[in-house]
Design a protein. Structure first.
Length: 134
């Protein structure tokens, strides 16, 4: 039976992707003696995320690589996540017309910002108004 502080060892599977192996080797060089602690923390975080996904409905959305770290931190704030969830639910329930845009970096520059700004503005106004009514 595993307990806190127990030792767990495993072999790297033969079919492990080279990109992942390179990452692990870099991490090992950077962390030195702390490598196993960092690896254990990452493993436990991954397992915890897996349990969370089983307990509730979760989706993963890719975000543009052009976002700054501050923007990523803003997206990860629990209050902002709740606002985004409510926004998405309202978009589905109210059949709000949101234009589809590809999120690949090649397409981001081609997006007609005027049309998107109008759509986002319309959705935002409806969302904010409905939140005020609650």
């Amino acid at each position: 039976m595993l307990k806190k502080g127990s030792t767990v060892s495993f072999r790297i599977p033969k079919h492990t992707d080279e990109k992942l192996l390179n990452y692990l080797n870099t991490l090992k060089q950077e962390q030195g003696r702390n490598f196993s602690s960092v690896l254990a923390a990452n493993l436990l975080k991954s397992l915890e995320d897996g349990l969370t996904q089983r307990e509730r409905k979760v989706i993963t959305l890719p975000i543009p690589s052009t976002l700054t770290q501050d923007e990523c931190d803003w997206l990860n704030h629990p209050q902002n996540i709740e606002i985004l969830i409510k926004f998405i639910v309202q978009a589905f329930n109210k059949n709000v017309d949101i234009p589809y845009t590809a999120l690949s970096e090649q397409h981001i520059e081609r997006i007609n910002t005027t049309d998107n700004a109008k759509a986002v503005s319309s959705v935002s106004k409806n969302f904010i108004f409905s939140q005020m009514l609650k």
